[in-house]
Each structure stands twice: as structure tokens, then as C-alpha cells.
Unconditional design. Structure first.
Length: 253
């Protein structure tokens, strides 16, 4: 039986994209450099998912990794459609000197999961190109580095009831609070002092949310009726009848 040249070429190309199973657990680097940021790990015995059409230096292999649950984009790189501007850098932490995870492309699937001042936290579902070192005598790559935490560890929440002024002192320090974001806007009703509030498990208001410190407030409606973690400073309203949180960051729980 004769094999058509095109079918033979296709079979050869498919075979060339296969790599032998790894003999040891191997780190995947963001760039073909041993000191580059580690974006994932491939376990021993797995077959590396080779990235077709990507050239790698000698001793390295380009592989495809799944997207990440946590990445960061400067707010200025969002379009009015809330898509990330093609060509924008996607970072591993909310700071410009953090390692770059990948570059945004048109059609990337991005879900906004947090607001952090001048940064937006996203979930990225596109394939990410990484590199594994093949040379057996090469020094082992550094271990994965966790992205910098955008806020300090949780603290105990005061059970100060609405209608009571917040004491000065420790209450002037930013803290983490948990609850559900609820809109205060109602048709044909007087406007509340703030458009959003944080409710507790019994659906009672803990405090209003002052989101004026967040750079992209147009994202806020994505958080309505969702459980969140809020980082900010708790204070009383001018008349002392309610509490308000000056939000510095907000993330889905």
C-alpha cells in the first residue's frame, strides 16, 4: 500500500511534536534561562506538552502550560470592552518589576477576579508558553516563587454594630473583612450615601463600601451578590450612624 506524501508529512510532523517522558520532576521557566521565573512543574513520567512552532535554544524545549488562576494587569491596559489590550504584559504579581507571565493577544479569555488599586487581578485560561531544560548536567532551576500577596494576613473583624461610631486607634488601620457585595441602588428610592455595601451571613449590612480608591470602578457590578474579601480602613460616616469601608482592594472569595 502506498502512503500519500501529504499523509506521510503530517504523520512525521505529529511525531516530531512528541517528547520522551520526563525522568524527573522538572520546573517550567517563563524564559529559556535557569534563573527565570518558574510558571509550573511537570512531574516525572509525564510527556512534555511540546509547543509547536516555537523555537528554543539548544538544551531547552518549549512546552504549553495551562492558564493561571492568578495574574495581574495594570488598569491602563484594559479596553472599554473590559478586554486586555493586545500586546499588554500580564504579570505574576501586581507590580511592574514582577516577572511577566505572558503577553495578551486578541481573543484571550480573561475573567476579572480582583481589584487592587492601579491593578486588576485576572484568571487567564489561554495556553502559556514555557521552557524546560533538557541538559542532564545543567544546574537545577530555582523553586517556584509565590506571587507577592496584595494584602497582609487576615485579622479579627470587630463586631461593631451599625449606628455606633468606630473607636480611633487600631480601627484606623487597614484590615481584611469578608462578606457579600450588595447594591444599594433601588428604582424610585432616594440614593444611599454609597452605591454598594458589604453584608454578613445573615444578609445584614456590615458597612457601606467606598470604592473611590479603586481605579476601575466600572468592574464593581461583577461582584454584586458574590462573597468577597475586602481590604480597607473601617470608619464611621459623618453623622456616626453607619460604618463605611474605604476599599483598597477587593477579591472574590
Amino acid at each position: 500500500m502506498k502512503v500519500k506524501p501529504l499523509l506521510l508529512a503530517a504523520a512525521f510532523a505529529a511525531a516530531s511534536l512528541r517528547a520522551a517522558p520526563l525522568t524527573e520532576t522538572t520546573a517550567v521557566q517563563a524564559r529559556p534561562e535557569a534563573s527565570a521565573y518558574t510558571i509550573g512543574v511537570l512531574k516525572a513520567g509525564t510527556e512534555p506538552p511540546v509547543a509547536g512552532g516555537v523555537n528554543a535554544p539548544a538544551g531547552w524545549l518549549a512546552v504549553e502550560m495551562p492558564g493561571t488562576e492568578e495574574a495581574y494587569v495594570p488598569n491602563k491596559d484594559f479596553l472599554k470592552s473590559l478586554d486586555v489590550r493586545p500586546g499588554a504584559k500580564i504579570y505574576t504579581a501586581p507590580k511592574l518589576d514582577a516577572p511577566v507571565l505572558t503577553t495578551a493577544e486578541k481573543g484571550d479569555e480573561v475573567e476579572i477576579t480582583g481589584l487592587l488599586g492601579k491593578w486588576t487581578q485576572i484568571k487567564l485560561t489561554k495556553k502559556i508558553i514555557g521552557y524546560i531544560q533538557l541538559a542532564s548536567d545543567a544546574p537545577p532551576p530555582p523553586p517556584p516563587v509565590a506571587p507577592a500577596a496584595p494584602a497582609p494576613a487576615p485579622v479579627v473583624i470587630d463586631n461593631t454594630a451599625p449606628g455606633h461610631a468606630v473607636n480611633s486607634g487600631n480601627n484606623a488601620l487597614p484590615r481584611l473583612l469578608e462578606g457579600k457585595v450588595v447594591s444599594t441602588r433601588r428604582p424610585f428610592a432616594p440614593r444611599r450615601p454609597y452605591d454598594y455595601q458589604l453584608n454578613d451571613a445573615s444578609n445584614s449590612r456590615l458597612a457601606y463600601l467606598d470604592v473611590s480608591h479603586l481605579m476601575i470602578t466600572s468592574h464593581m457590578d461583577n461582584y454584586i451578590d458574590h462573597d468577597v474579601i475586602v481590604y480597607g480602613t473601617v470608619k464611621s460616616t459623618d453623622d456616626g450612624s453607619n460604618l463605611v469601608i474605604a476599599v483598597e482592594s477587593l477579591q472574590l472569595k
